[in-house]
Ligand binder design. Structure first.
Ligand SMILES: [Zn+2]
Length: 121
């Protein structure tokens, strides 16, 4: 989608195919703001239940049971909770006051009992 493209042209270029929405060859997902807020609340609730373990001044671990991303994704050979990992990475950057990296070291989608994220400064 071109930044200068008028919205009416964008709407004209949308096509619906087999229950999916496309603009050109790109697939789009329309999400209502209420859905994003519900997702955020869901994550906060799960983080509240999750075991946050402070390993030392440069690492912490967060475990989340019943990840909405793993639940929605279904079985996978690799971790799938990329949105949660990204959110936790921003949190880690704030906690460590600098660059940080978060790795999902276990994921319910791969058959693990919970999703586990390890943050490192
Ligand atoms: Zn996961």
């Amino acid at each position: 989608m071109d930044e200068g493209e008028p919205l009416s042209e964008v709407v004209k270029a949308l096509r619906h195919d087999a229950g999916r929405l496309f603009h050109g060859e790109s697939r789009y997902l329309l999400i209502r703001p209420e859905t994003l807020v519900a997702l955020q609340k869901s994550l906060v609730e799960r983080l509240g239940d999750g075991a946050a373990e402070h390993l030392d001044g440069r690492r912490f671990v967060v475990a989340i049971r019943h990840s909405p991303f793993a639940d929605a994704h279904g079985p996978s050979p690799a971790p799938v909770c990329h949105v949660t990992r990204g959110v936790l990475e921003r949190v880690a950057e704030a906690v460590f006051d600098g660059p940080a990296r978060v790795t999902e070291t276990a994921c319910a989608a791969t058959g693990a009992p919970l999703c586990r994220f390890e943050a490192c400064a």
